[in-house]
Design a protein around this ligand. Structure first.
Ligand code: GTP
Ligand code: ZN
Length: 221
């Protein structure tokens, strides 16, 4: 019952999400495989029973289907090729730092599937050909990688590595500052702790002056 009710919409929804993530400029088809919504629904129903709830009570009846749709959305980045985000670049003959700061990041930690949230700051120095990318593409790249089960360190380095390989800049710096709900809502229960991760590539790795300039612009306080 649930399968036939949700399956036709699932592809439409995932197409929509994938298109939003990479601006509709899809080349190889938006969604390779559909998320198995009925399977998620079944699992969520089992979890509700296991924690002592009644999944058939009024307020919970639609919950497994809702959670399945939510997971499809939260993990939509698994079905998007991040390289497609950077398929459009421009010539600008700008050879100095470009920084986009305070990009909202929301992801799920792969250990507990609980959210972590904060900001991403991305800077790069264009390569000798001076090619730049649209500023929004940096935020889209964050979205594609964040909508997967993640650890903050991998999310940070994936963004830096893709920028290096697709844009061929002189250097890249990515800094993420996030609070992890798995540390706040459960376990050690320390809310407010900020985890800061960085990934530095290319000339910014060795050029202390440029790196200090980038860090001062990224974290001015
Ligand atoms: N390095 C890193 N660790 C993370 C991230 N997200 C969550 N964690 C940690 O993943 C670890 C998993 O540790 P385990 O000991 O296997 O799991 P646990 O018993 O639930 O750990 P506690 O949270 O200490 O109760 C925890 O220390 C989390 O704080 C992340 O993005 N990066
Ligand atoms: Zn966690």
């Amino acid at each position: 019952m649930a399968a036939s009710a949700t399956e036709p919409d699932a592809d439409d929804m995932l197409d929509y999400i994938a298109a939003r993530l990479i601006n509709g400029k899809l080349t190889g088809g938006p969604v390779e495989d559909s998320v198995d919504l009925p399977r998620i629904e079944k699992a969520v129903r089992e979890i509700l029973i296991a924690v002592g709830e009644n999944p058939d009570r009024d307020g919970l009846r639609q919950t497994p289907a809702r959670v399945a749709r939510a997971y499809a959305e939260l993990f939509a980045g698994l079905r998007v090729d991040p390289a497609q985000v950077l398929s459009t670049t421009f010539e600008a003959n700008h050879q100095e730092l470009v920084i986009v700061r305070d990009i909202d990041v929301m992801s799920l930690c792969e250990h507990h599937l609980l959210p972590f949230r904060g900001s991403a700051h991305i800077g790069y120095i264009p390569g000798p050909d001076g090619r730049i990318t649209g500023l929004s593409k940096l935020a889209r790249l964050v979205e594609v990688y964040a909508r997967r089960p993640q650890v903050q360190e991998r999310l940070t380095s994936q963004i830096a590595d893709l920028l290096m390989s697709k844009l061929a800049p002189r250097g890249v710096i990515v800094v993420l500052e996030c609070e992890h709900m798995c540390m706040a809502m459960r376990g050690i229960q320390k809310s407010g702790a900020q985890t800061i991760t960085s990934a530095v590539r290319g000339t910014l790795q060795n050029d202390a002056k440029s790196r200090a300039e980038a860090m001062a612009l990224i974290l001015p306080r």
